[in-house]
Design a binder for this molecule. Structure first.
Ligand code: SAH
Ligand code: SF4
Length: 414
């Protein structure tokens, strides 16, 4: 039985920086899923069950094709693989993805899934994460989680208030994209949805953002292994330019992410002064704005064509003044940057409010005049509360029976 412990650097925390201790661990099921294994790991698995060395590379290639290109869930259907090997694999492994416990579909085509992961048998608490799909005419973006909960405690973020924390495995991260493809017939020959906005190309999921629950740079190894499968041409085939990793600013891992993954980077900035950022994003006490900007300047591969996105959540009377907008522009000088202004999505019990639309427009005008296209992310899926953390909290209030009913509903929708 193997376990994965959570990465965290709470041990050397500066004064005032509070990081939650991880409460949960991942315990591998007796029959693990092959989803999420790197080619090297899958080769080792094949070796361990007696596949001759000369055949392993070819078998890995075949398995990847059935798993990631075709999306098959049964070994028995993998016709190019020998019958004996199919039977051997089926006896020891699965191709399971996370379980869908709830699915919500917005009138605009936005979809949100609550996914249940294999838990720790010693814990009574379910390990749940969310995954949100946002379609557009040109692209379909999937917002993926990297942790159950988050060890960090950003004051405006609902995930930050959740107690339960554990790292996702690479398989659970890749599995989220596979669930979305399963649910939308997004495999070759599948029947795609026709309701709401549907992207024009031949795939529903064309882009991935690591912006769901959790801090991906506190789970870098699994996130790296997962994203390398997602971006592999023989894997899920989504190019690195269409994958964005969002971080609250884990400075030492920014360079590693650039070198080891090479995807697009988004930084949750939200404030231009350390005093305010310490409050909004407490990790700032450890890695202040100057250090963060330095890491962004040095982000491997950053260029005008591959710009870093700076996310800025609009909080009424907190960080939304014209002075702040001007300071933001000054701060980003010399960095290949894009700016994303995000209307704050309120949650029950929060002390913050979203800035008035008028103020967002004024703020955005300053940013625009400085030469940045500053799109304000339009809230999508409002009718299904498609912001991070909200589906999970809604279902937490349900009884076990209600949860089962939801689960059954989700299953019969297939
Ligand atoms: N932990 C990572 C990625 C997950 S959060 C990070 O912090 O970057 C993804 C984005 O959603 C971040 O920019 C985060 O600051 C923002 N966010 C969190 N709660 C929000 C809310 N209630 N309204 C709007 N944006 C929010
Ligand atoms: Fe964690 Fe990101 Fe939420 Fe901060 S904003 S608590 S880092 S998920």
């Amino acid at each position: 039985m193997s376990t994965v412990e959570i990465a965290s650097d709470a041990a050397q925390s500066p004064a005032g920086f509070v990081e939650k201790a991880p409460l949960e661990r991942y315990v591998e099921p007796d029959k693990p899923s092959l989803i999420g294994l790197t080619r090297k790991q899958l080769t080792a698995v094949l070796g361990a069950i007696g596949v001759p060395e000369a055949q392993r590379k070819m078998r890995v290639q075949q398995l990847w094709h059935w798993m990631y290109f075709r999306g098959f869930t049964e070994f028995a259907e993998m016709t190019s693989v020998s019958k004996e090997l199919r039977a051997e694999l089926a006896q020891r492994f699965t191709l399971a993805r996370p379980d869908v416990v709830a699915e919500q579909i917005s009138v605009d085509g936005t979809r949100k899934w609550l996914l249940r992961l294999a838990g720790d048998p010693d814990s009574k608490l379910p390990h749940d994460v969310e995954c949100v799909y946002i379609p557009d005419t040109e692209r379909g973006t999937l917002c993926v989680s990297s942790q159950v909960g988050c060890t960090l405690t950003c004051s405006f973020c609902h995930t930050g208030t959740q107690r339960l924390v554990r790292n996702l495995t690479a398989g659970e991260i890749v599995g989220q994209i596979m669930v979305a493809r399963d649910r939308m017939g997004d495999w070759p020959g599948g029947t795609r949805p026709t309701d709401g906005v549907v992207p024009s190309g031949d795939r529903c999921v064309t882009n991935v953002v690591m912006m769901g629950m959790g801090e991906p740079l506190y789970n870098l190894d699994a996130v790296r292994d997962a994203l390398l499968i997602v971006s592999d041409g023989d894997g899920l085939g989504i190019s690195k330019r269409r994958i964005t990793l969002s971080t609250s600013g884990v400075v030492p891992n920014i360079e590693r992410a650039g070198n080891e993954i090479g995807c697009m980077l988004a930084v949750s900035l939200h404030a231009v002064r350390n005093e305010l950022r310490n409050e909004l994003v407490p990790l700032n006490r450890k890695y202040p704005i100057e250090m963060l900007m330095e890491a962004c300047r040095n982000y491997p591969g950053a260029s005008n064509a591959k710009r870093i996105t700076f996310e800025y959540v609009m909080l009424k009377g907190v960080n939304d003044s014209i002075e702040d907008a001007k300071a933001l522009v000054r701060l980003l000088k010399g960095i290949h940057a894009k700016i994303n202004l995000i209307p704050f999505n309120p949650w029950p019990g929060t002390k913050y409010e979203c800035s008035d639309w008028e103020q967002i427009e004024k703020f955005s005008a300053v940013v625009f005049d400085a030469g940045y296209a500053s799109p304000v992310r339009t809230p999508r899926g409002r009718d299904i509360l498609a912001a991070c953390g909200q589906l999970k909290s809604a279902t937490e209030k349900l009884s076990a029976r209600e949860r089962m009913a939801l689960r059954a509903m989700a299953m019969t929708d297939e």
